[in-house]
Design a binder for this molecule. Structure first.
Ligand code: AMP
Ligand code: MG
Length: 423
């Protein structure tokens, strides 16, 4: 037995770390990466705010009509058929004249309420006394404030909209625009080097050579990283030799905040990633009690004690890479971006399957959801092989089967929707 094989044999018997203890240890060891950018709001999607954001104005900025109708003073309406002269016509974007008691104004949705009015009667509840005449009959009275959108009803000037560390979504961009905010300070993008390893990998495009497969992980993970607002440097198909792996990891660590690799992190002789990371820094954690995703590794490569370059070694099988990325890398990147990660939302579903074997690892089964008279039921996809990337496209999410657990039909298990990993 070679020393490497001996070492591997010892390691393969080491205890596997459960995700629930590995994840907090990893997250606690991470630092927020320094640096910020000031960007147009329209370019800030996925970025993280550096400070609390206070509303510079109220929204809406003035009382306005929620209906097409007639602005009135509610106290003028007596009984069910008050007659009122129509003094003005106020479209959205216009400004009306002050109304005296007993007067009304034709008003449209979004137009400012004229002074002297405090309610809007919807046009369906009014009629002209004679066609063309500027006198209306109010068929149904209103209370003060009815059909009026008050100033600040949506956002009050000075209120805190987003705390520092908020990741900007497209809906937030709408809110920022409604406040007239043009530029915003956000944390700088994380620079991530993404490496796929394996002599068998070929990038999409050329026809496939014998014995080769197309590289799934690079395309999948680089798009997931871009979606998270990271800047990605790709190192395709690093050859399975110690020398080449070392050279690429050195370059990757120098250029980025974080290095993510796939493949080559298991116990075979063609797996060099752990040896390389140990020679450049340290592996702090290896092997999880998780299926898929057992050979996951975490560590550091260079940098300094205050800001080490972080290493995530994902398994090569695309499903294992996806699951470990979603469960561990994603929240870790959030911490490094300066925003608090939130555990994936899950809900209970009834198992539409049974499993009598028990496994000593927590398992994430790709599954489809269905409805039944008893509520949501989940059924695992037939092929749970971790090489089947198409199952990720077909699945609605993951059923989580705890370690050492049998499953009977109707048992309630946690289900994590796919969307929890994707944005
Ligand atoms: P490894 O972890 O390197 O032993 O790889 C495990 C399995 O995943 C092997 O069948 C590899 O061919 C496959 N694999 C590794 N990297 C990729 C990749 N980037 N895209 C698709 N399959 C991969
Ligand atoms: Mg490999």
């Amino acid at each position: 037995m070679t020393p490497k094989e001996q070492n591997n044999a010892i390691n393969s018997n080491q205890e596997l770390t459960p995700l629930e203890s590995a994840l907090p240890t990893i997250l606690d060891s991470l630092h927020v990466v320094p640096g910020s950018d000031v960007l147009p709001v329209s370019s800030a999607l996925g970025r993280v705010t550096t400070k609390d954001l206070l509303a510079p104005i109220s929204v809406p900025p003035f009382d306005n009509s929620a209906m097409d109708g007639y602005a009135v003073c509610a106290a003028d309406l007596t009984g069910s058929s008050t007659l009122l002269p129509v003094k003005d016509r106020i479209p959205a974007g216009g400004i009306g004249q002050k109304l005296s008691r007993g007067e009304s104004a034709r008003i449209f949705t979004g137009a400012p309420m004229p002074m002297g009015s405090d309610a809007v009667v919807m046009q369906e509840n009014c009629e002209f006394v004679k066609p063309g005449e500027s006198l209306i009959r109010i068929l149904q009275s209103v209370k003060a404030g009815e059909n009026v959108r008050k100033v600040g009803n949506d956002i009050c000037r000075g209120s805190c909209l987003f705390r520092a560390g908020h990741r900007i979504k497209s809906t937030d961009i709408g809110v920022l625009a409604s406040l007239g905010i043009e530029n915003i300070e956000v944390k700088r993008k994380l620079n991530v080097s993404l490496l796929t390893t394996g002599n068998e990998l070929q990038p999409p495009g050329d026809s496939l050579a014998t014995g080769k497969i197309y590289d799934t992980n690079m395309a999948m993970l680089s798009s997931m990283l871009s979606e998270l607002g990271c800047s990605v440097t790709a190192h395709h198909a690093v050859a399975d030799t110690f020398g080449e792996t070392l050279a690429v990891f050195e370059e990757a660590a120098a250029e980025s905040d974080c290095v993510i690799s796939t493949g080559g992190v298991s116990v075979g002789e063609e797996d060099h990633v752990r040896d390389v990371v140990n020679s450049l820094g340290a592996i702090d954690l290896w092997k999880l009690a998780l299926k898929p995703g057992k050979p996951f590794a975490f560590g550091r490569i260079g940098g300094d004690d205050f800001l080490p370059k972080i290493f995530f070694g994902l398994p090569g099988n695309p499903v294992s890479a996806f699951v470990t990325f979603g469960l561990i890398v994603r929240p870790s990147l959030f911490v490094m971006m300066g925003c608090k990660p939130k555990a994936p939302v899950s809900f209970k579903v009834a198992a539409d399957f049974e499993r009598i074997d028990v496994l000593g690892r927590e398992e994430y089964l790709r599954a489809r959801l269905d409805s039944s008279s008893k509520g949501a039921i989940a059924r695992p996809l037939k092929n749970q092989s971790s090489g089947v990337a198409v199952s990720l496209s077909e699945a609605d999410g993951f059923i989580v089967v705890p370690s050492l657990t049998k499953v009977n039909y109707g048992d309630y298990l946690s289900f994590i929707p796919m969307s929890e990993f994707l944005y």
